[in-house]
Design a protein around this ligand. Structure first.
Ligand code: ATP
Ligand code: LTN
Length: 338
């Protein structure tokens, strides 16, 4: 079957990434993913998804979920995603994500899914595990392969899922002929794994409930300062870069990711500084970095219909491309296409 390229998609390489609308986005999501998206959007053809079908692999309150989907989309735009050049899409509004997912579940061995550390981790915390939680990475592979994405900017925790995506693509190509492009993982140089402020041995996460754990992108400056001042460090009184524990290293990398300082600048400024002063400096960098995002977020949310229009237009824009991929995949598998 001949592949056609709907006119919207240019010859630029493509990017796809997504964030679950499962709570308030935090600085880990920003530094690990969003900030990189903003940087990449002019060099790539980008699709950024609010992955609501992923979110429901764990129970979500239906009334809250709708709100969280819109809030997540608003944060994407507030962080600097330009809806004129990038497509901000609610995953469930382009039905081909679910359709391709089903086709891929039929070529993915269960053993590959049972080995995923995120599945093992999340399922160990549940009394009853949904089939969707096991299929989660196949849906993620479908998101990526649907748009034949060349690059996927994510945080470090998603590396295993990206490897699996390549395995799924390779297996499909071997079974049915060259169909999918191999996507590359793009990690940020700093901030690929931001740790919890309350426990620097755990990744900062939306679903963690301790209020001192994460800094939300919408936290007020006073809240940000308080959370950072209370962050867990270690028993040393001051920064020693040679022996610093994970709490101090986490604060330093948060600072570096927000300011763009070089390693040398970090060393010059922080070596020997007392922890109280380190925390004040980090807090001010975070407050300054988030202020413009928070202002834009309020403006976006105050404009009736704007966000809904952006989401509708983006879905319309990408649908022909998604439909074309599903058509090709079905054709390769011998499924009836009209
Ligand atoms: P949840 O707790 O609901 O699983 P999460 O906080 O892990 O959510 P996701 O929606 O799963 O967030 O992740 C969205 C993006 O943010 C992914 O690219 C992921 O790699 C990145 N990310 C999430 N947490 C961190 C973190 N602590 N540091 C760096 N990147 C992160
Ligand atoms: N599983 C991812 C979210 C996600 C994603 C994607 C990321 C869903 N589909 C496609 C990159 C590409 C997570 O961060 N938890």
């Amino acid at each position: 079957m001949k592949e056609s390229r709907p006119s919207y998609f240019s010859m630029k390489p493509r990017v796809l990434s997504g964030i679950q609308p499962t709570g308030s986005l935090h600085i880990g999501n920003y530094l690990g993913a969003l900030k990189n998206w903003v940087r990449m959007q002019y060099d790539y053809e980008c699709v950024f998804c609010i992955v609501d079908l992923h979110a429901i692999t764990l129970y979500q309150d239906p009334k809250e979920l709708k709100q969280k989907i819109e809030q997540t989309a608003a944060i994407f735009l507030a962080a600097g995603i330009d809806p004129k050049v990038s497509s901000v899409v609610v995953q469930s509004t382009v039905k081909e994500h679910a359709e391709l997912c089903w086709l891929l579940t039929c070529t993915t061995p269960i053993g590959w899914l049972e080995r995923m550390t995120q599945f093992k981790d999340k399922s160990s915390k549940q009394e009853s595990i949904s089939d969707g939680l096991l299929q989660y990475p196949v849906l993620m592979a479908a998101d990526i392969l649907l748009y034949k994405a060349n690059a996927v900017p994510v945080g470090e925790d998603q590396m295993q899922h990206l490897e699996l995506t390549r395995d799924i693509a390779q297996r499909f190509n071997a079974m049915y002929g060259e169909t999918f492009v191999m996507p590359e993982t793009k990690l940020p140089t700093v901030g690929a794994r931001v740790m919890g402020l309350d426990d620097p041995t755990k990744k900062m996460s939306k679903s963690e409930t301790n209020p001192g754990h994460a800094i939300s992108l919408l936290d007020e400056p006073s809240v940000i300062r308080k959370k950072i001042m209370r962050a867990t460090t270690d028993s040393n009184p001051q920064v020693d870069l040679e022996t610093a524990g994970p709490g101090v290293l986490n604060l330093l990398s948060i600072h570096q990711a927000f300011t763009g300082w070089t390693d040398e600048q970090v060393k010059q400024h922080f070596q020997g500084l007392r922890y109280g002063d380190l925390k004040k400096t980090v807090a001010e960098a975070v407050v300054a970095g988030l202020e413009p995002i928070q202002q834009r977020y309020l403006q976006i949310m105050a404009e009736p219909g704007y966000l809904q229009g952006v989401l509708r237009e983006a879905a319309e824009r990408v649908r022909p491309f998604a439909a074309e991929t599903v058509r090709l995949v079905k054709d390769r598998m011998g499924i009836y296409t009209d």
